[in-house]
Design a protein around this ligand. Sequence first.
Ligand code: ZN
Length: 406
Amino acid sequence: MAKRSGKRAARAAEKAAKKHPKLFAAVVVLLVIVLVAAACYYFFVYRPKHPDAPGDGDGVTVVGGDVAEITSADLSIHFVAPAVKASGDCTLIKVGDTEVLIDAGPSKANTSEIIDYLGDYCTDGVIEYVIATHSDEDHIAGFVGSKSGGVRNGIFYSTEYTIGTLIQFDRVVTETSLYGEYCDAVEYIQEKGAQVYTGLQCYNNEDGAQRTYYLDEAQTISMNILYNYFYDHSAGDNNNNYSVCMLLSQKIDDEKTNHYLFTGDLEGEGEEYLVEYNDLPQVELFKAGHHGSKTSSTRELMDAIRPKYIAVCCCAGYNQYNAAEENVFPTQAFIDRVAPYTDKVYVTIMWDEETNGYKPMNGDIVFYYGKSEEESEKTLKLWCSNNSTILKDTEWFKENRTWNGA
Ligand SMILES: [Zn+2]
């Protein structure tokens, strides 16, 4: 029946085409325009705003949840993928209506993507805490933003968000022009009422700063500023070692506490001191030190924290600094050192050789402690905007790196 009426419709269309060729062509053109417009709307407007919308292939694999589930989770940790071909950090932590933003991505020009991302999760207009780990461009550029018509578009200048407390690095190696712009931006938020402290002030509970900030009313989730030896000692010309380090702790019950570690771009020597001066527990999640560099995520630190999951904020395979192949993020040395502990390694973006641009690897990587409507128990879950393939199973890895782990 359906087949026959289909044939009939086709015959009628053929007839109409012969009888009114111009009208028929116009209808076809109109139909094509409508279809193209609908597709454009879906892919460029609807999908980017609804990353959990159903679709085909790997592009929308949702692992263990969706955006609504993440917003209602007790805790979520978001590694926001940069919208440029560059390695760089931007991490959002959300506990109820309290947000912590650690660094703001590598680009002055692409701050609107971060502000859009924040829009989905920070709905009360206040980012309670910001941590600026160190003064390198790939961490602070987004706070400053670019200037157009005398107005800057950086997160510190955003009219949509007020900053509560900024915790920043104690020292810089070089006072670059970006650093100067960053200082102006900090002054700007300070004038608007933000409290500004350094890592050392927090660690020492000095001048109103605190070592521990509770992010929820029940005081089960705490942000703990760790002691980095280089807060108050010279790191020579190594700016990365000035990174503010933070341990996020979430008490699940009397027996269990989940820990999550963020060390910015701290490198080997800094990690050694970090282990020596702080009582580091095993962590569920570690943000890979310095984008998966061979100089970070050392054996000393890995042995202390024995991470179960690792997120790497880098543009895999992109030789951004014209370095030797062995230094391209994420490095083989980094992979070899984390492999004894976990193969659950996730990476935000990767270099696209064909276009010399970038494309998502896992995309935005979100760890959250929550549950779906069907589940009875909350657990630590993962959601990635592109797919959830672990690093060692990706095509990129098989072509470029070797897995020497279990
Ligand atoms: Zn960096």
